[in-house]
Design a protein around this ligand. Structure first.
Ligand code: ZN
Length: 258
């Protein structure tokens, strides 16, 4: 007798075979080569986090919290969703926007299609495929010495990365350059950072030159959960765009109309 998780994995596997273009013959013959390839794909998804069932408004717990991290970049313009494990209307709206962004049925209910898309988008360490912890911390190796615990700083940086992944996708999936993120208090002092800089909380990222342009980055950041945006025209920000999460909103990039 199979446990529920195994059943879910098999269902996921069958879906993966179909998604990979498997024919009905392939699904009817699970011992063929395509099935073992799909099995490897499922294993990769497992390496970070695997959801065990559908989540919808009213759901709660760690599975919801993990989902909220992944859809944090879809809060709607000027908003930010709570990463609190409670699936309310804001989470439902974020899931719906995520689904629309990737061409999935947009019903605000997170099921296998949504989770499979997330598995495609994440690395084994749970970072989105196009961003790394190393990019988000050019200060030290252990996230220590900031204004919050190392674990909190690192967790905040993970949310920041998922916001950047959403923004990157919305801007045509072109690379976004990240020149730094977390700073310990001493790293922040060394670069002349503001006394209460969000870099010391792991919330902030400094975006460098790229095809989007600094103003393009600042303008797009408004749609993806960044409550602090500093760009061209704001003192010290003509050569990068600073984006951060955290409470309160402060956006200023006068040269970009912000
Ligand atoms: Zn900055």
């Amino acid at each position: 007798m199979r446990s529920r998780p195994i059943g879910f994995l098999l269902a996921t596997l069958a879906g993966a075979v179909l998604a990979l273009g498997g024919t009905s013959a392939a699904s009817a013959s699970p011992s063929t080569a395509p099935a073992s390839t799909a099995s490897g794909d499922v294993g990769t998804a497992d390496a970070c986090y695997t959801w065990g069932g559908t989540l919808r408004e009213g759901s709660s717990g760690e599975a919801v919290r993990q989902l909220q991290i992944r859809v944090a970049g879809y809060p709607g313009t000027g908003n930010q969703i709570a990463i609190d494990g409670a699936f309310g209307p804001a989470t439902r709206a974020a899931v719906t926007r995520f689904q629309s962004a990737y061409g999935l049925a947009a019903d605000g209910i997170a099921g296998p299609a949504t989770f499979n898309k997330i598995y495609q988008l994440q690395d084994n360490d749970c970072t989105p495929v196009n961003f790394t912890y190393a990019e988000l911390n050019r200060c030290n190796s252990d996230w220590s010495g900031g204004k919050v615990s190392a674990a909190t700083a690192r967790a905040n940086a993970l949310v920041t990365m998922w916001k950047l992944q959403a923004m990157r996708h919305a801007m045509g999936d072109r690379p976004i350059t990240v020149n730094g993120g977390f700073r310990s208090v001493s790293c922040n002092s060394a670069v002349g950072g503001a006394a209460n800089s969000r870099h010391m909380y792991g919330h902030a990222a400094d975006l460098g030159a790229g095809p989007q342009g600094f103003c393009g980055l600042a303008q797009a950041a408004r749609n993806h959960g960044f409550t602090e945006i500093l760009g061209p025209g704001y003192p010290g920000h003509n050569d990068h765009t600073h984006v951060a999460g955290g409470s309160g909103r402060f956006w200023s990039a006068p040269s970009c109309g912000i």
